[in-house]
Design a protein around this ligand. Structure first.
Ligand code: ACO
Ligand code: LMR
Length: 264
């Protein structure tokens, strides 16, 4: 029989060997001719399948809404300081990206994990939030530095509006909203944030689209694909902040002494 030389790498998402590169089997020419967008490309390269238009549109809305949130947030701040230290584009970009994590922008996967687990186990919002409190874990997807119950995050509202109109079911999102109602009764800053909105809505997208098996959904949530949406989106803004600082010829940043509490 045939002897197959062992390979050192296995890859399943793209292939550049033929006449034209393919993403998950779809040739580049079809991507262009059929007017695919970045949401379709993400579907092919991350999920290895074409998703319905409302799903790819939702992905694109997430990317657009999370592209930037001003110069004061952790990521942009790091990028600005790095660009002003004379570093190149890639260094400035990754310096900002490195702040994405459990407190800033990188709570989407954990929000999806905890909301899914709590909803699937039938926990009431009260039982869920109080059990997290007992474990000493902040509820991922809840809380914001500047957003409040009386000053909601517009991004969250826009995502919810889109999903209510286009998704077949928004059960995980409705659960997250009930959790928010409970946390807001405890403190006014404990709103459903953009990470929590995307985390819960992506569960609805995965479960409601009929494009994923239960096992595939569990794998996506377990591996943690969803922070990738924020990383990808915010890269757009961080690149913009780098160019902005260079264009403005900003000097080396030094933090003012007056803003530091020097103490023993
Ligand atoms: N769950 C439960 N209680 C909370 C939460 C939460 N998610 N967030 C804040 N609290 C409560 C706690 O009692 C906290 O006291 P503690 O410090 O003793 O735990 C109290 O509110 C005050 O919290 P602060 O630290 O003042 O809140 P801060 O404004 O610094 O935090 C943050 C904002 C980091 C977003 C926080 O709410 C949090 O950790 N949330 C979970 C992670 C998350 O979703 N991050 C994504 C934010 S959106 C984005 O970055 C794009
Ligand atoms: C963001 O998108 O960067 C934020 O929601 C974080 C913030 O503090 O505004």
């Amino acid at each position: 029989g045939k002897v197959r030389a062992p390979t050192h790498i296995i890859s399943t998402i793209s292939d550049d060997r033929g006449e034209e590169p393919c993403y998950a089997g779809v040739p580049m020419s079809s991507i262009v001719e059929q007017g695919y967008g970045v949401g379709d490309v993400i579907s092919l390269l991350w999920f290895k399948r074409s998703l319905p238009r409302y799903c790819t549109h939702f992905i694109e809305i997430c990317i657009m809404l999370c592209a930037d949130h001003g110069p004061c947030v952790s990521g942009a701040h790091n990028t600005i300081v790095t660009a002003r230290a004379g570093k190149d584009l890639v260094s400035s970009l990754v310096s900002g990206l490195l702040t994405i994590g459990p407190r800033f922008g990188g709570a989407i996967d954990d929000a999806a994990r905890y909301f899914k687990d709590a909803y699937d186990r039938g926990l009431t919002p009260y039982e869920f939030v109080e059990s997290m409190k007992k474990k000493g874990i902040r509820v991922p997807g809840i809380g914001h530095r500047i957003k409040r119950g009386d000053n909601r995050d517009k991004r969250v509202e826009l995502l919810q509006q889109f999903a209510r109109t286009h998704f077949p079911s928004v059960k995980y999102m409705e659960y997250a909203v009930q959790v928010e109602t409970y946390t807001l009764s405890k403190a006014n800053n404990l709103v459903l944030n953009v990470d929590g909105a995307i985390g819960s809505l992506f569960l609805d997208l995965l479960a409601g689209s009929g494009m994923f098996t239960k096992q595939e959904i569990d794998e996506i949530v377990e591996i943690g694909y969803l922070n990738g949406l924020f990383v990808l989106a915010r890269s757009i803004g961080l690149i913009g902040h780098t160019f902005d600082q260079k264009r403005l010829k900003q000097p080396l940043y030094r933090h003012p002494w007056e803003d530091v509490l020097y103490t023993k």
